[in-house]
Write a protein that binds this ligand. Structure first.
Ligand code: BGC
Ligand code: CA
Length: 327
């Protein structure tokens, strides 16, 4: 009899181990961000079946995100995926997770190495914004042609008159994309006249309003708009459509060249309609695959599995993306 009870208990114990769910928390800086929406869906769709998740959006407030994190940690999770509101909060986010022995993957907003190096179990997955800036410049060069004999030189001065629509100040993607796009154009031999650089915080509506007010100042000479993401490029295009300057066409033939980064669905649609000249893929599908691989590795879901990504400084994974134009 004793034996039977013993085996029944053992059996129940084994069953409960097997079906033990792994729980993770996901925190996303804001629900209205187009790119993050696609990225988040890609992550969720690929979560292994034994993982259950809860997601919170932080309404662009770091204070709210901190509370949400604390509540996740109090309830008990095995791993956190965090898209921070403010990159500089990564240190305290990491400290909290370390204290609770919870693994942590930051996405999209890159922590400083010095802020996270004290904890072994923290990683970052993001795009390669330097490469995206350089690719944007190469795509522009493709269209504008020889620096000594420019296409799209509306005022025939052999310089490119341009505006930059910048993402959030201090966001690594905004800073690097802007810097490397302009530096690469210079390296390729173009003379640039940067009419203005305006921070539009990744937002379509802000870019629309900004271009609407700048157009009266620079409209006559403007030749190029470099946007750090597709939503801001689309905001500019919304205005140009409104004033009948841009019309959809099978090939690209707009009077002003607008380029973006992301390759979101709405961004690619605009390229296909001949409105946006091109965009650089911010590859949310590949980034989400890297997040999932990392999660499987951290949680040791299949010890046989080979981990295919290379880390920089043992913690950072960067995913490159290619150019998207009509042809
Ligand atoms: C994307 C933007 C997005 C931002 C959010 C960037 O990498 O290009 O579209 O708004 O991340 O942090
Ligand atoms: Ca010119």
């Amino acid at each position: 009899m004793k034996k039977v009870i013993y085996f029944s208990l053992l059996f129940l114990f084994l069953i409960s181990c097997k079906s033990k769910k792994i729980t993770i928390g996901i925190l996303i800086y804001d629900e209205s961000d187009t790119f993050m929406g696609e990225y988040t869906n890609n992550i969720i769709e690929q979560l292994p079946e034994q993982v259950s998740y809860t997601i919170n959006y932080s309404e662009n407030s770091q204070a709210l995100q901190n509370e949400q994190l604390i509540s996740f940690l109090q309830k008990g999770v095995d791993l956190m995926i965090v898209n921070p509101v403010d990159r500089l909060a990564c240190k305290s986010i990491t400290e909290l997770c370390a204290k609770n022995n919870v693994s942590l993957i930051f996405i999209n907003r890159e922590p400083l190495l010095s802020d996270i190096s004290f904890y072994e179990d923290v990683y970052y997955v993001g795009s390669d914004p330097k490469n995206q800036g350089i690719s944007q410049a190469q795509m522009i060069a493709n269209l504008f042609g020889s620096p000594n004999n420019l296409n799209y030189d509306r005022n025939a001065d052999n310089k490119i008159q341009l505006l930059v629509l910048k993402g959030e100040q201090n966001h690594q993607d905004a800073e690097s994309r802007t810097r490397f796009a302009l530096e690469e154009l210079n390296k390729l031999g173009y003379e640039l006249e940067v009419l203005d650089i305006q921070v539009c915080n990744w937002r379509r509506q802000e870019a629309y309003t900004t271009i609407k007010s700048l157009y009266s100042l620079y409209g006559a000479e403007l030749e190029l708009i470099i946007a750090n993401n597709d939503d801001m490029a689309l905001g500019a295009i919304d205005y140009f459509k409104e004033i009948d300057l841009f019309k959809s066409s099978e090939t690209f033939e707009q009077p002003i060249v607008v380029v973006g980064v992301d390759g979101t669905k709405v961004g690619v649609d605009s390229v296909n309609q001949g409105l946006m000249y091109g965009t650089i893929l911010n590859d949310s599908l590949s980034q989400s695959k890297a997040v999932i691989s990392l999660l499987r590795k951290i949680l040791n879901l299949n010890p046989e599995e080979v981990f295919p990504y290379a880390f920089e400084n043992n913690k950072f994974i960067y995913i490159a993306g290619e150019k998207i134009t009509q042809n």
